[in-house]
Write a protein that binds this ligand. Structure first.
Ligand SMILES: [Zn+2]
Length: 82
């Protein structure tokens, strides 16, 4: 059990900055590439995800965290535009 919340947040932040294929398919729903299975994508919102991690544990997985971080970044970008 070496998986701390800080580690999870850091890996989520890494995904946001390193995943060019992080695509918003409909408002609030993102296609997020799996970090373990080649070519696999999950449909992720800020609270739900289709990945095994979320299905099994019913808590926020790194994909949802990545969506939340991305939403915050987008908010900041929008505020900068005003
Ligand atoms: Zn997930």
């Amino acid at each position: 059990m070496s998986y701390t919340p800080v580690d999870r947040n850091r890996s989520a932040a890494m995904m946001v900055t390193t995943s060019p294929e992080f695509v918003e398919i409909t408002p609030g729903h993102f296609l997020v590439p799996s970090s373990s299975a080649d070519g696999a994508f999950y449909v992720t919102t800020s609270t739900t995800c289709t990945c095994p991690d979320h299905s099994r544990r019913q808590n926020l997985c790194k994909h949802s965290r990545a969506v939340q971080i991305r939403a915050l970044m987008t908010t900041f970008e929008r505020e900068d535009a005003f």
